[in-house]
Design a protein around this ligand. Structure first.
Ligand SMILES: *Cc1c(COP(=O)(O)O)cnc(C)c1O
Length: 428
């Protein structure tokens, strides 16, 4: 079987129309599937762990909307919560009981979040967390890691040149040099580069995906997050954990619970909105009360705390009990072990932690963005095309994680591992 065995008449037709009215035919770049060398697949509907495209092809879905759908698609209890909320009106621009309950549920789970402000996207939450960090410290510079993603905020679209602590240069046209220059970029897991950056720059904040999943999943080296915590405390710099992916996924209280390293501020998104647009940033009361109207740091949003998104988020968190994490952890392990087995002696590395898996086409697991970028990306693309032809929908980029959910069954995993073995045999 090859990718051409997928029927794609309707997808191709929609893509041709889309190219006239949407840049690149999509509303977010990765959906175009260019990194795996094919045209986008248009989706018609989904249920549980399975997606159906507009041509009737069915796939086991490992994207799950890039993270929000930890219970899979169209979970009946989440749908019920959304429709019940919608029947009462979709938005008021005024406070509701639901947002108080969601905030209470979040702060009960996340060890470093006592108070939070909701936004509509993770990008907005990052942007606002940075503003707060700059206001609280009176400093401007940020430290981030090459290959980490914190949304499409100007100053965070900075990539490193070479060298240890490199001053950020814009990685997109339209980002002002000034915005990127305020961002220092260092390689992930590089202790010396981090120490050098602290010594050289007055940093307002260090932004970190504690388990980075936007260069593929590359866990922190032992002691690395602890080093960041110590340096931040010593230099009075705020440690900001971007837990947009890891929050409520790798553990009930995210990576901060998993590792015991507590940030000053936490950025959340994806799961918190249960598949509708919601995100948040939070921390201790003394910091968060600097946000308007309690304090002077301005931050606002017409649809922030939207009743439908809040209902979806509350229902999603309510379903995340101990049993759910046990099942997610078992499913993740079965998937990761199965993919390793399917790869056999081929030079493939699989990284995983509860709810996250990445398949790297390299003999050794990468430790930073440069080693992730040195993997065989062309063969990853060919393997993904071969998986799609066999009814498995992987992330269309090696720099993204697979998102198993509580809706993935042992049968889904078995089908996936079988397809993966055949796809490896086809491309390697
Ligand atoms: C998705 C993501 C964001 C951005 O969230 P959006 O809702 O897409 O703006 C920020 N940080 C991380 C770690 C993410 O994965």
């Amino acid at each position: 079987m090859s990718a051409s065995s997928l029927s794609d008449t309707r997808s191709s037709e929609l893509y041709r129309r889309a190219l006239h009215v949407l840049p690149g035919g999509v509303n977010s770049p990765v959906r175009a599937m260019r990194a795996i060398g094919r045209d986008p697949i248009f989706i018609e509907r989904a249920s549980g762990a399975e997606l159906t495209d507009v041509d009737g092809n069915v796939y086991v879905d490992y994207v799950c909307s890039w993270g929000p759908l930890i219970h899979g698609h169209a979970h009946p209890e989440i749908l019920e919560a959304i429709t019940a909320a919608a029947a009462n009106g979709t938005s008021f621009g005024a406070p509701t009981a639901g947002e108080v309950e969601l905030a209470e549920a979040v702060s009960a789970r996340m060890p470093a979040v006592d108070m939070l402000r909701m936004t509509s996207s993770g990008t907005e939450a990052s942007m606002s967390a940075i503003r707060l960090a700059r206001a609280a410290t009176g400093r401007e510079k940020l430290l981030k890691f090459a290959g980490a993603y914190h949304g499409h905020v100007d100053g965070l679209l900075a990539a490193a040149g070479s060298g240890l602590a490199t001053q950020g240069i814009p990685s997109s046209p339209g980002v002002p040099e000034g915005a990127a220059a305020a961002t220092v970029v260092v390689p992930w897991n590089d202790e010396e580069a981090v120490k050098a950056a602290f010594a050289e720059h007055e940093l307002a904040a260090v932004l970190v995906e504690p388990y980075p999943a936007n260069m593929g999943l590359i866990p922190p080296a032992p002691g690395f997050l602890e080093l960041l915590r110590d340096l931040c405390t010593g230099y009075e710099t705020l440690l900001v954990f971007d837990e947009v992916i890891t929050g409520f996924r790798v553990a009930p209280g995210g990576a901060q619970e998993l590792t015991g390293v507590l940030p000053d501020l936490t950025v959340m998104g994806k799961i918190i909105g249960g598949g509708l647009p919601a995100a948040a940033f939070g921390g201790p009361i003394a910091l968060m009360e600097q946000i308007a109207p309690a304090g002077e740091v301005y931050q606002a949003g017409t649809l922030s705390g939207n009743p439908l998104a809040v209902a979806a988020g509350r229902a999603t968190l309510a379903l995340l009990d101990e049993q759910a994490y046990m099942s997610l952890s078992d499913t993740t392990r079965a998937l990761a072990d199965g993919l390793r087995e399917a790869a056999g002696d081929h030079p493939i590395s699989v990284t995983s932690t509860t709810g996250l898996v990445t398949v790297f086409f390299a003999a050794e697991p990468p430790t930073d963005y440069a080693s992730a970028a040195a993997c065989d990306l062309d063969t990853y693309g060919a393997w993904c095309r071969a998986l799609l032809a066999r009814g498995v929908y992987p992330p269309a980029s090696q720099f993204e994680a697979w998102f198993p959910s509580t809706a993935h069954t042992a049968d889904h995993i078995a089908r996936t591992v079988e397809a993966a073995a055949a796809a490896f045999a086809e491309v390697l």
